[in-house]
Design a protein around this ligand. Structure first.
Ligand SMILES: NC(=O)c1ccc[n+]([C@@H]2O[C@H](COP(=O)([O-])OP(=O)(O)OC[C@H]3O[C@@H](n4cnc5c(N)ncnc54)[C@H](OP(=O)(O)O)[C@@H]3O)[C@@H](O)[C@H]2O)c1
Length: 259
């Protein structure tokens, strides 16, 4: 299936590793040019170089903190310099670990800025570029935790639920401008970060830790590979998913325990 993405420009925040890198590579595989962003210069530059070498597309790295207004503006400016974004994936994010009783206000503010305000600022700025092209697509990467919390991370659960609601509100507004907005709620996705955590907890026996997590949470009894999620995300952002508007898709191997 030709997804119709050749020559499009896809902006993926947090595109230096894990899911974001997988999504950027999946876009590049379809012939799209990409902008990948992250705070760590070395990693994001290396990711962009590797994508260009492997797929022959233009891949631009932006070093910025998207939890700040300036960091978002740097991404918007970089996309403008490449001719304007057609696709935006709000992916940068991270887990938390706290109790409501103990977490200070600052922590709530930081996660709100990263998970919600980055999506607000970037979608506002990049939508203007999409207008000039007659439309586009946006995808919010929230989490299954937006609807089914893990109890050790109330700040993560709450801010991801807010991101999902933001995606719905944005969708109604943006479809009038021919920009489709959707949300993806992944379950367990096997990233290097998960593997490192498992190694720290279990040493050589780290694979058994991941298996236990998968057995406990996902009906399918395994993690998703990054590609399994990335392929889904790229399809939803492609013209082949042109009637998909304002939806939240769970890609979770049966982890969600409600209908
Ligand atoms: N892995 C899972 O099982 C899973 C499940 C559900 C949802 N998710 C969601 O999927 C997204 C990606 O997760 P992942 O597992 O791939 O995480 P990851 O491997 O830790 O990658 C996170 C990416 O975001 C970047 N990033 C973090 N904070 C940033 C900031 N303030 N500004 C700019 N970039 C920032 C990181 O680079 P720098 O650190 O260099 O900035 C990195 O590129 C997250 O939103 C996460 O909540 C993951």
């Amino acid at each position: 299936m030709d997804l119709g993405l050749k020559g499009k420009l896809a902006v993926v925040t947090g595109g230096s590793k894990g899911i974001g890198l997988g999504i950027a590579r999946a876009f590049a595989r379809e012939g799209a040019n990409v902008i990948v962003t992250a705070r760590t210069s070395e990693t994001v530059q290396a990711a962009a170089r590797a994508i260009t070498e492997e797929y022959g597309v233009t891949a631009v790295a932006v070093v910025s903190d998207v939890s700040t207004a300036e960091g978002c503006q740097a991404v918007i400016d970089a996309a403008a310099a490449e001719g304007g974004a057609d696709i935006f994936v709000s992916n940068a994010g991270t887990g938390s670990n706290e109790t409501v009783a103990d977490a200070p206000d600052d922590k709530w503010d930081d996660f709100w800025a990263l998970h919600v305000m980055a999506a607000v600022r970037l979608s506002r700025g990049l939508a203007e570029q999409m207008d000039a092209k007659g439309g586009g697509a946006m995808l919010m990467n929230a989490s299954i935790c937006a609807v089914q919390p893990l109890w050790y991370e109330p700040i993560y659960n709450t801010t991801k639920a807010a991101l999902m609601m933001f995606g719905k509100c944005l969708s109604s507004e943006m479809i009038k401008r021919n920009i489709r907005v959707n949300t993806v709620n992944p379950g367990l996705v096997r990233t290097p970060d998960w593997e490192n955590t498992a190694r720290e907890l279990r040493g050589d026996d780290w694979e058994s830790y991941l298996q236990e997590v998968a057995d406990e949470h996902a009906d399918i009894k395994r993690f998703a590979s990054v590609d399994e999620l990335a392929n889904f995300c790229v399809f939803v952002c492609s013209p082949m998913a042109s009637y998909s508007v304002g939806s939240a898709y769970h890609v979770d191997g049966g982890m969600l325990k409600t209908v």
